[in-house]
Design a protein around this ligand. Structure first.
Ligand SMILES: CC(C)(COP(=O)(O)OP(=O)(O)OC[C@H]1O[C@@H](n2cnc3c(N)ncnc32)[C@H](O)[C@@H]1OP(=O)(O)O)[C@@H](O)C(=O)NCCC(=O)NCCS
Length: 159
């Protein structure tokens, strides 16, 4: 992999991306697991079959550099809400605006929902910064373990 420019194309994931997404997810969530000493984060234990099911049922986006998946995000509509999850960018290409672009692109696939929601660990500065920049605000916290609290974020579309 060589250094990327800031305009890597973002596309719908295909079955050929499954292993790449899982690999990237695994790499990126190591930091989260270490941060909270919580090694059973769903992103780290997800199977290929479960990810394939996500691909069949939800919008899943990837940014590729050559053949390699270097960014991904997915969404899921539930009624009037759109849940955004697994936003990951390879450390090699972080801080170049790709996370922000992936967030915008997945929101664009939400349809006519009223509200967007996501969550992350309460000390996950990078994630909180990207979502805050996208207009999200924290609205709830949930304790998972002594070291991990989740911060839930939302953005409500004006009526
Ligand atoms: C969160 C993540 C997807 C951000 O991706 P990214 O492509 O680096 O983000 P962007 O370059 O679009 O950053 C957008 C803005 O977010 C903020 N930001 C991003 N990373 C930051 C960091 N490490 N520290 C402080 N602010 C940060 C900045 O305001 C940045 O704008 P700027 O670069 O102009 O200052 C990436 O850091 C990642 O994959 N992390 C590991 C996985 C993870 O933590 N997932 C969430 C757990 S639920």
């Amino acid at each position: 992999m060589t250094d990327a420019d800031t305009t890597l194309p973002i596309a719908e994931a295909t079955p050929d991306d499954l292993e790449g997404i899982l690999k990237l997810q695994y790499l990126c969530y190591q930091i989260e697991a270490e941060r909270y000493d919580f090694w059973t984060i769903p992103a780290l234990t997800q199977s290929l079959a479960s990810l394939a099911e996500d691909l069949r049922t939800k919008p899943v986006l990837v940014a590729r550099m050559g053949d390699e998946v270097v960014g991904s995000v997915r969404g899921e509509r539930t009624g009037d809400d759109f849940h955004i999850g697994r936003l990951v960018v390879h450390p090699r290409v972080q801080r170049r605006g790709l996370g922000r672009r992936l967030l915008r692109e997945i929101e664009a696939r939400a349809g006519d929902v009223r509200r967007f929601e996501s969550y992350t660990g309460y000390r996950s500065t990078e994630f909180l910064a990207v979502f805050s920049g996208g207009g999200y605000r924290p609205f709830r916290e949930e304790k998972v373990s002594d070291r991990l609290r989740l911060t839930y974020l939302e953005k409500v579309r004006p009526a």
